[in-house]
Design a protein around this ligand. Structure first.
Ligand SMILES: Nc1ncnc2c1ncn2[C@@H]1O[C@H](COP(=O)(O)OP(=O)(O)OP(=O)(O)O)[C@@H](O)[C@H]1O
Length: 312
């Protein structure tokens, strides 16, 4: 199988920039083509071009970056049935690798990649301004605002260099806790309409983790053909902070203000403009009254089976 390793030098604290040059000869000897992304959207664009040029070729895209780079890769390869994805986690959050597994960027990488097996998983196919795919999760509201503010801040890079990149989220979490305006959300799920008021955020999950290790949807499973929808609503600012803290342990679902719904598809409407993310990447504003449609697309993605690798 053809193997292409895609490195995002901008991800996380920049380990790719520092470690890749030492590993390049080994990757080349192993016949692994290496691309370094040049800008945002470059990975998606180049993968799309490669897939169009090689419609029938089996290929493994080994993505070294964070969830945003994997999101781009999966969307670049959309429709190419012969693609497999592997992760070398190098981002700040790395929720893809936390669930699907990942490889270390070290001298044994080419050898490890020789032994892998693959598994099919569901993805989230969503439609807002265009039709796209999310691998791990997407959401609307407070969390998307925090991610947007953090990713557009100058201090993220600085904190990443100090290996405390996640601290930037705490800074903006506190700031937005004061200014965020909860919204009214209408969901169409399982043939029913449900309305939630004072919504802080809503996530649509394919797998349990989001936001860099928070277990927002503890029961989510990428092979059940269902989306796990979590709505956090009707809370004071103080209680929201308490519930948000409990997400790290996955105990938030005990609160009555946290609704969990499982459905194959969902249509969302908000009463005000609300920010949306997909795999932690900003997806713009869902305008008041605009539809966000999402559905589980069963067994649409093949990822490297890390467990098999560990056992071999
Ligand atoms: N060469 C590049 N220069 C600037 N930005 C890039 C480049 N290559 C990719 N990007 C962008 O960098 C952003 C951050 O990448 P990514 O999300 O993978 O890392 P992260 O934010 O550190 O990790 P995580 O999403 O897991 O928290 C993405 O939006 C991606 O599109």
């Amino acid at each position: 199988m053809k193997k292409i390793a895609v490195f995002n030098p901008n991800a996380g604290k920049g380990i790719n920039r520092h470690q890749l040059s030492a590993l390049l000869p080994a990757l080349q000897i192993a016949g692994i083509e290496v691309w370094m992304t040049r800008s945002k959207h470059d990975a998606e664009q180049r993968i799309r071009e490669w897939c169009v040029a090689h419609p029938c070729e089996e290929v493994c895209f080994i993505i070294s970056g964070g969830d945003g780079t994997m999101h781009e890769a999966v969307n670049g390869a959309a429709g190419h049935k012969h693609a497999v994805f592997a992760s070398i986690p190098a981002g700040s959050g790395n929720d893809f690798a936390r669930y699907f597994g990942g490889f270390d960027l070290n001298a044994s990488l080419p050898e490890s990649l020789e032994q892998v097996q693959y598994e099919w998983h569901d993805v989230i196919r969503y439609e807002m301004n265009e039709t796209r795919t999310a691998v791990s999760n997407m959401g609307a509201g407070f969390d998307a605002e925090v991610a947007y503010a953090a990713n557009h801040s100058r201090i993220k890079k600085f904190l990443n260099k100090l290996s405390i990149g996640k601290a930037v989220y705490v800074v903006f979490l506190v700031r937005l806790l004061i200014s965020f305006r909860p919204y009214t959300l209408e969901l169409k799920v399982n043939g029913e309409k449900q309305i939630y008021s004072r919504v802080w955020f809503m996530t649509i999950s394919n797998q349990p983790y989001f936001g860099g290790g928070m277990k927002i949807a503890p029961s989510a499973d990428t092979k059940d053909g269902e989306l796990d929808i979590t709505v956090v609503h009707g809370l004071s600012r103080l209680k929201f902070l308490l519930v948000f803290g409990s997400v790290f342990r996955g105990t938030h679902t005990k609160f009555k203000e946290v609704s969990v719904i499982r459905s194959g598809a969902v249509i969302c409407h908000s009463d005000q403009d609300v920010r949306v993310h997909a795999d932690g990447e900003d997806n713009g504003l869902l305008k008041a009254g605009q539809s966000l449609k999402a559905a589980a697309a069963p067994f649409e993605i093949r990822t490297v089976n890390k467990l098999t690798l560990d056992e071999s």
